[in-house]
Structures are given as structure tokens and as C-alpha cells.
Design a binder for this molecule. Sequence first.
Ligand code: SAH
Ligand code: F3S
Length: 493
Amino acid sequence: MPRYSITTFGCQMNVHDSERMHDVLRRAGYTEAGGPDEADVLVLNTCSVREKAEQKLRSEVGRLARWKREGEGRVVVVAGCVAQQEGERLLKQLRTIDVVVGPDNIPELPGLLGDLALGGLPVARTVFDLDAPRFLVASPPPASRAAPTAFVTIMKGCDERCSFCIVPHTRGPERYRPSDEIVAEIAALVAAGTREVTLLGQTVNSYRDPLGALPRAPGASADDPDESEFAALLRRVAADVPGLARLRYTSPHPRHLTPSLLLAHAELAVLPRHVHLPVQSGSDRVLRRMIRRYTRAEYVARTRALVEAVPGLTLSTDIIVGFPGETEDDFAATLSLVREVGFKGLFGFKYSRRPHTPALKLPDDVPEGVKGERLARLFEESEALLAAHLSGLVGTTQEVLVEGRDKERGHGGQGGALWSGRTGRHEIAHIEGAAELDLLGEVVEVSIARANKHSLQAELTEAARAAARPRQRGAAEARAARRSLPVVAAEGG
Ligand code: SAH
Ligand code: F3S
């Protein structure tokens, strides 16, 4: 039986696509290898959002030439955004590659591998499924064996044209999944033990139900071009899947943070008090050149309204430094926005010129050294905000969804932490002194003992300890291990 191994680069969409590839390959009779050395088929699921990510693929493929020579019949598959972007060209440039498969063509992978095994030539399949969009669903996990957290795709592609971004090119136009399918997938996951679902999409809150089956959400005005049916979907999931503990989503576009979404946050207890809302820059001049379609003031007003609707809600964001023409004043505006909004988490990136993007017309005129220096100043600012926030939580009581066990090399040595998870606001919490309990998938009450640089150290409250199950050796480990999807290079975004 042929064995495969998948290496994932990039964002959560890619992590999710890799899960679908695992499923497609297993159903076709492949088994997962212990690692690349034991595999017959090696899949690289690639990212091209920044040039560095794309270079990673090229150096990885360079190394694989030797891997191929060392085993007979070994096959290299390139999937993901570089596959979609380069298609056939990749086969010509990098002779080590046998199959190039785009994100919309994952179901065809076993067939392509089969043709190759029969002596077929290297092949590229990168066609968007525009007429009949497919949303692959994993086989439902067996009862009570599902991971505590799961991703569910609700839309794919992107109709925005942010001038720096290659995603509209690599993922195609927006296509939405029927609400019935979304709800059914979430219900099946929850029935199998999942507690938290993250809805995925490039502009997740532009969602519209292709079936037209959702009633208009409270607060949604028919005349507002930024309104969508996202709030209506959130309401339907909350109503139809009452067993779901947390419903997150990523990534929303600030343009669609509309009154209906604010109301949903104010009214639905299942929505956690944290939103990741990419802003990219704090300078109106730069935002305009990025074609982000909102101003700084609009971003501030909308996030302020959200925090007023949900007291204590925290925000995190994505920021690009060194966009063409970004002056020191523009960058100062970004720093002041970070302080003004008080982001508790931040992914920062140096601008990277990408093929097929409108910003190619602009000269990449901020020197690399200046980009690096701005990024460092940005992180300094955000780290200080996070540190103040985390230390402010010491002594409070929080609810943590336990997602798994700390790795041996992790916080195991610090006071015997074993379990870790996230608070409702997405802060990472390590739970100490609970080694003998089985907490996986439980929402437990903890008190915060200390703040680390990026996480919290916590202890179970007396009530939570009394309610917890003792750990049966073996069972919890097996369930925790199910979560181990190898992500070698999270790009953060
Ligand atoms: N809407 C998407 C955004 C995908 S790209 C989502 O769901 O997250 C993720 C982040 O990468 C963007 O928010 C942006 O901050 C960054 N990024 C995109 N293109 C970039 C480029 N050319 N250079 C640097 N950073 C970029
Ligand atoms: Fe879409 Fe990329 Fe902008 S995914 S919203 S074009 S950052």
C-alpha cells in the first residue's frame, strides 16, 4: 500500500486543505507514513503570500531531488497557492516535481497519482471550480473521538483587490457554501466531541448563502452595500447547534464589520470575546494605495462600537510595514493606531512584491533595512500591549477550553503544567497541577497564577478540580495525538 506524507506551509486555509488531502488520500487506499523518509508520495502544500514563503518551496524541492533518487517510484506533489500560481511552469522549472495540484483540484489527486503510476507524464491540474464550487468535508470522526477544535470552510476565494495581495489570483473569486451544509458539518463535529469551531474564509464576513435560506439578521439594512449574511449564518449555527461551546471565525474584512455583526456579538454567547481583524496600516494614504476600502477613522469607529457592544472584547490584527511609498509619518500613524485600538495580538509582515498584484506598478521603495527596523518597532509596541494585558489578568478567573497537552519540552518543567488551551479571548493558558485529570475538550474554570511573555499559567479552581474526570492512561493520549497535523512553517496570517 503506498504511503504518503504531507508538509504544510502557510495559513489556516492550508492547514485545512491538508486535512482534506489526508482524507482524500486515505479514502483512495494510501496510508500515512511516519515521515517523509518512509513515504512514497510527498505532498508539499505551499504558500505564496510573501516571497520568502515561495522561496521555501524552491529550497525544499531542491532537497527532495536526493530523496527521490533514494527510493524507487517516489513522487513529489506540489499543492496550494504556489501550485495554483505557477501551474505547468513549475513542472518545467523544477524537474523533481511530478504533480502540481491547485486548491480546487484536491479531489483529483488520487486519479493524477494513479495515471502517473501507470507511466503517465508529470501533470499540472489547477482549474478553479467556478460553476460548481466544491467544499470538501472530512469523513465524520467516530463518536467522542473528534479534536476539541475544528475548522469549517464557509467560503473560498476573494473579491477584494487589496493591491499587495496575491490571494485573489491563487484562490480565485468568492464562492460560498450553502448554509445547510455548513450547519450539518458543524453539528456532526459537535456530535463527535468538537467544542469549538472556527469558520474559515478569506473575507469570511462577506458570506452570502447561495441557497438564500437565511432570514435577514437583526440590524442588517438592505441598503448597506457592506452588509452580508454572515450574522445570519452565525445566528443559525448558534440556534441549530446548541452543544457548540465556541464559534470563532477568521479572517473578517473591516468593511463587513456591520451593525448586524455587532448585534450578533452582543447577543450570541457562543461568540468568544476576541476578533482578529486585519487592518494593514494606520495611515489613510497607505490604506488608499492598498485599496483597503476603509479609512483609519472608520476602522477605529467600528472596532470601538464592537468593544462597546461586548465589554472586554480584545482585538488582534495583521499589519504590513514598508508598503510602497510608506513614509516615517505613515508608519508613525500605524504605531499610533496600534496604541489607540490596543491590539492584544499582532502579525506583522514586511511588504513583499508579489506577481499578479496591482501594487507591482508601484516601486518597492522602502529599503529592506527600514522595513526590518519598522517591524521591530511594531513588535516592541505590540509586545508591550500584550504584556500589560496578560499581567492584568493575574488573579482573575477564566474559562479555558482545553485543547491538548503541552509538549514535553514546553512548559512541562514549569510547575508541572500539562494541559493547555485557550481562554474565551484566545489567550493561551497552561494549566498546572492537573496531570492526573483528563481535561481534553473540557471548558474548565481556572484562576490565573502568572503571566508569561505570550501566555498565562493557570490552576484549576476548586470547583473545576472537583468536577474533573480522573485520567485513564492511554485514552487521553490517543485523543490528544489525533490533533497532530504537522505544520512545519506557520506564516502567521
Ligand atoms: N484575508 C486573508 C488574508 C490573507 S493574507 C485572511 O484570511 O487572512 C494574510 C496576511 O498576509 C494579510 O493580512 C497581510 O497582512 C499579509 N500579506 C498579504 N500579502 C502580503 C504581501 N505582499 N507582503 C506582505 N504581507 C502580505
Ligand atoms: Fe482578499 Fe488578500 Fe485583501 S485575501 S481581503 S485581497 S488581503
